[in-house]
Design a protein around this ligand. Structure first.
Ligand code: COA
Ligand code: AMP
Length: 634
């Protein structure tokens, strides 16, 4: 078989990365061209497009208006939870963003200042991100499902000048007041912003603190539109916090230049989408998928993007996705496999799909967690379009491995996100940094340098960037995922090598949950493991050993533990099961055998660890799990 387009383009990106990305950068409007495409003078800190200046908001909005797309739909807001559909053309979105940027500037926000955004899926949240980009201010969006304590950690690290928030978010059947969560966070954080701007939603308005809080409408009223401020390609566009291996989240930094180049390139080459088409990422702006593929990439490309304030099921039924695709003419949808598992459970025959006109719908992309072959085949059979699993993470900001629709589609192999995307030199390594033979699992690493758009460092933490990602395999970036490559070069991403779990496509740290459980006054020691779940992929289950002399009932303690995780991390952790056990299984040196506990909970076979201290502990754990419906053989 001859070489595919993909093979040729991939080989070119590896052989001559500088000319490859310089050519891609021609698609971006630069205020000043770069001096060096790639700067390797300060390893391991590599930078792209050094000396270049641009404005990301200009490239996402104004440029398209200048080129005649002013009347095209830029953003469609579809909110079944409030019964709203609102459409913003490129001209309308630019004007609203420029006014909001003007209001921020009037309040003293300047280039390099941080602005924290803690908002539900409303158009003002997208406008806020773009308004920051317009001024060269650095936004940090925090997902609404996080509680005060997590929000406080991010406030203390990012030190925002202003916080933009809303009175409430709306889940399927309840209103979530955001303002008390924000007030709670500010009571916990040492850093205090100069002000908080609150969007009052009619579903639940919030009391404003005099002197600190401002009403969104008052804040924007009369503000002059702000022009775009050119920033260095290497200046940060945003900070996005993600779970690390401890309770302290990592502030992933994204720069302006490399990000714009890589994201715009990805739309046509990976997603096969052109300007003027409609692209929908059914995620949340609080996650990287939302940053890259609800906001920046589709707008950089001149597409129509959809902002969906709803769920795959329950708003009102499992036909919600098909309604949106048909109503808004969606060409490409990107979501997480968990959403499809939820739809499949409620509508196994795909009856709702059949009632909508899906003729413009071309491709479904899935990411955020491993796509199980059952879900992939179900979606393929019902939709009759290619279903593409692709793999990436907050740190990279865009796909590492995918079946690139714009580069000649390759064969789909269920369970694999296909092959490395151009620009990424993906290696499967052993403990001693040698490459694993085909078919054998190893640690997946990316040989440095990474392509444009990937994190240049962690916010105010160069040392943490090096220790977290660059020390394990010298000369490589550690992805934290384990997997293998098959004989045809297809990658298979199987599990994490650290304590991170993926719950309904949301990235969470079991270590952070253990810290919360350990803080309960009755708990002597604890462990949290991710256990297989039919819909969410994985859910956390906690095991605690109480302190000697504790006489309170197990039911009281476990209820408090569940509440505690909800209060300190947030509902998004989906922590619903805690078990009080007599002992935790450990090695003789005292290491808790979390991997074995997980296998037991999942009903999988396991080998008795040679170093186990007391094998009887495994029987005790099995019994406790069986009483809660786990640990049964499939
Ligand atoms: N603000 C406040 N609370 C939120 C929230 C937000 N923005 N987002 C989620 N929550 C809450 C939910 O209400 C739920 O609370 P509950 O325990 O009281 O029910 C909890 O956090 C867990 O939410 P979620 O993981 O969304 O589960 P769910 O049971 O509500 O819905 C799915 C399950 C599969 C339908 C849902 O997870 C989904 O649509 N996932 C799509 C995946 C996705 O967007 N991934 C992002 C990466 S691509
Ligand atoms: P996040 O940073 O929240 O995007 O989560 C990134 C992590 O999700 C990755 O490191 C993987 O563990 C997992 N992940 C994302 N996409 C996939 C995929 N297609 N297949 C397997 N795992 C995935």
């Amino acid at each position: 078989m001859g070489k595919s387009v993909y093979d040729e383009i991939y080989a070119r990106s590896m052989k001559a990365p500088e000319s490859f990305w310089a050519a891609a950068a021609e698609d971006i409007h630069w205020e000043k061209r770069w001096d060096r495409v790639f700067d390797d003078r300060h390893p391991p800190f590599y930078r792209w497009f050094v000396g270049g200046a641009l404005n990301t908001c200009y490239n996402a909005l104004d440029l398209h208006i200048d080129r005649g797309r002013g009347k095209q739909r830029a953003l469609v807001y579809d909110s079944p939870v409030t019964g709203t559909v609102a459409v913003f053309t490129y001209a309308e979105l630019r004007d609203a963003v420029a006014r909001l940027a003007g209001a921020l500037r009037r309040r003293g926000v300047q280039q390099g200042d941080r602005v924290l955004i803690y908002m539900p899926m409303v158009p003002e949240a997208v406008m806020a991100m773009l308004a920051c980009a317009r001024l060269g201010a650095i936004h940090s969006v925090v997902f609404g499902g996080f509680a005060s304590n997590e929000l406080a950690k991010r406030i203390d690290d990012a030190k925002p000048k202003l916080i933009l928030s809303a009175s409430c978010g709306i889940e399927v059947n309840r209103t979530v007041p955001y303002k008390p969560l924000l007030d709670g966070a500010l009571a916990l954080s040492s850093h205090q912003p100069e002000g908080c701007v609150i969007l009052q939603r009619p579903q639940a308005t919030a009391a404003l603190a005099k002197g600190r809080d401002l009403d969104w409408g008052d804040f924007v009223a009369g503000a002059p539109p702000a022009p775009c401020v050119p920033v260095a390609a290497t200046d940060p566009l945003y900070i996005l916090y993600t779970s690390g291996t401890t309770g302290v989240p990592k502030g992933v930094v994204r720069d302006n230049g490399g990000h714009a180049v890589a994201l715009k390139w990805s739309m046509e080459n990976i997603y096969g989408v052109g300007a003027g088409e409609t692209y929908w990422a059914a995620s949340d702006i609080g996650w990287v998928v939302g940053h890259s593929y609800i906001v920046y990439a589709p707008l950089l490309k001149g597409c129509t993007t959809i902002l969906y304030e709803g769920k795959p099921v329950g708003t009102p039924d499992p036909g919600a996705f098909w309604r949106l695709i048909s109503q808004h003419g969606v060409n490409v949808l990107f979501t997480a496999p968990t959403a499809f598992r939820a739809i499949k459970k409620e509508d196994p025959q795909g009856r709702h799909m059949a009632t909508y006109d899906l003729r413009n719908f071309r491709t479904l992309f899935l990411a955020g967690e491993r796509c199980d072959p059952d879900t992939l085949h179900w979606a393929e059979a019902r939709l009759g379009v290619p279903v593409i699993d692709h793999w990436w993470q907050t740190e990279t900001g865009w796909p590492i491995a995918a079946n690139c629709m714009g580069l000649g589609r390759l064969e789909v192999k269920a369970g694999s996100p296909t092959k490395a995307v151009p620009g990424y030199d993906v290696r499967v390594l052993s403990e001693d940094n040698t490459e694993m033979p085909a078919g054998q699992i190893g640690s997946i690493a990316i040989r440095l340098p990474m392509p444009p758009g990937c994190l240049p460092t962690l916010w105010n933490n160069d040392a943490g960037y090096e220790t977290s990602y660059l020390t394990k395999h010298p000369g490589h970036y550690l992805t934290g995922d384990a997997g293998y490559r098959d004989d045809d070069g297809y990658l298979y991403i199987m599990s994490r090598v650290d304590d991170i779990i993926n719950v309904a496509g949301h990235r969470l740290s079991t270590g952070a949950m253990e810290e919360v459980l350990a803080g309960h006054p009755d708990v002597a020691e604890c462990a949290v493991v991710g256990v297989a779940d039919e819909i969410k992929g994985e859910v956390p289950v906690g095991f605690v050993v109480t302190k000697a002399g504790v006489e309170r009932s197990d039911a009281d303690i476990t209820r408090e533990l569940v509440e505690r995780v909800r209060e300190q991390i947030g509902p998004v952790a989906a922590f619903k099961t805690a078990l009080v056990v007599k002992r935790l299984p450990k090695t003789r040196s005292g290491k808790i055998l979390r991997g074995t506990m997980k296998r037991i909970a999942d009903g999988q076979d396991y080998t008795l660890p040679a170093t186990i201290d007391d094998p009887a502990t495994l029987g005790e754990i099995t019994e406790a799990l069986q009483q809660r419906g786990y640990a049964s053989k499939p």
